[in-house]
Design a protein around this ligand. Structure first.
Ligand code: HEM
Length: 243
């Protein structure tokens, strides 16, 4: 049912107010029979993004363990592992399989976060672009994960896998920050907003870019222990150090 209103509700966050020229507003989605205020919607989005980040942190740690233990080709195929859904009990296989399992759980949680947020108009209008970017990066990351196996741990592919993984993590962090800020924002007239000066922002931005480049370069050049042969007898791409 549509509700027609020309008046913006008092508790609408500042990012949303003033944007909707349309006079049509939809009833707010309900949770457990209760209607959510925009602030509550943003708070839940922030918590969901934080939960996804927490799980992704574990995934990144396990990814590093996969690399440093040389377990990258322990499952020589994808999406199955040695043609099986549940792998055999061998340490390298279990490490690689755990990374894939965590990736699946992260993907499901991320989709849940995006879906939950995207159906809320106020959240979508504020961070819809970032939510879309997160889905695109996730898709690219899973494809790069598969390519690490298909291309036998090609250094370029493994570095891209690390680079996109970090970007995805940063995107989720931004979503969580913005949503948390919106969940606490008081209604404020657009004219009353203080003018922001750049301050130290450019310096922080430069520092972040440099740290990111350093991490990806480190991933490219760090020596990786490789298993000389994949469990199926397929030779691994290279042993010893990366170029
Ligand atoms: C959201 C999804 C994923 C994230 C965030 C992620 C993240 C990572 C990270 C951070 C590393 C360590 C890279 C390094 O130290 O250079 C890694 C390694 C690895 N990942 Fe993923 N990963 C994801 C999904 C996948 C998937 C679906 C596969 C499928 C096979 C996969 C396969 C691998 C492999 C084989 C390595 C080890 C590469 C090597 O030994 O050099 N990943 N992952």
């Amino acid at each position: 049912m549509l509700a027609f209103s020309a008046v913006q509700p008092q508790n609408t966050p500042r990012s949303v107010r003033g944007r909707s020229a349309a006079l049509v507003s939809f009833p707010r989605p309900a949770l457990g029979g209760r209607r959510l205020t925009p602030q509550q919607s943003f708070a839940i989005t922030s918590r969901l993004a934080l939960a996804t980040m927490g799980l992704m942190f574990a995934l990144i740690v396990v990814g590093s363990i996969v690399r440093t233990t040389g377990s990258g080709l322990a499952c020589p195929d994808w999406p199955l592992c040695e043609g099986r859904l549940i792998p055999r009990f061998e340490s390298h296989v279990l490490i690689e399989w755990t990374h894939r399992l965590l990736a699946l759980l992260v993907s499901l949680l991320l989709f849940a976060t995006v879906f939950w947020s995207a159906v809320r108009r106020e959240v979508r209008s504020r961070i819809g672009g970032l939510l879309g970017l997160a889905v695109l990066l996730l898709f690219a990351q899973v494809m790069l994960g598969a390519l690490t196996v298909w291309k036998l741990l090609s250094p370029a592919v493994v570095s891209s896998h690390l680079a996109v993984g970090l970007l995805l993590f940063a995107t989720l962090l931004t979503i969580a920050f913005i949503a948390a800020a919106e969940s606490e924002s008081e209604p404020e007239p657009v004219e009353a907003r203080p003018t922001r000066t750049p301050g130290l922002l450019p310096l922080f931005a430069l520092g972040t870019i440099l740290i990111y480049a350093q991490a990806v370069l480190g991933g490219w050049s760090a020596p990786a222990r490789r298993r000389s042969r994949a469990p199926t007898g397929r030779p691994a791409a290279a042993s010893g150090s990366r170029p």
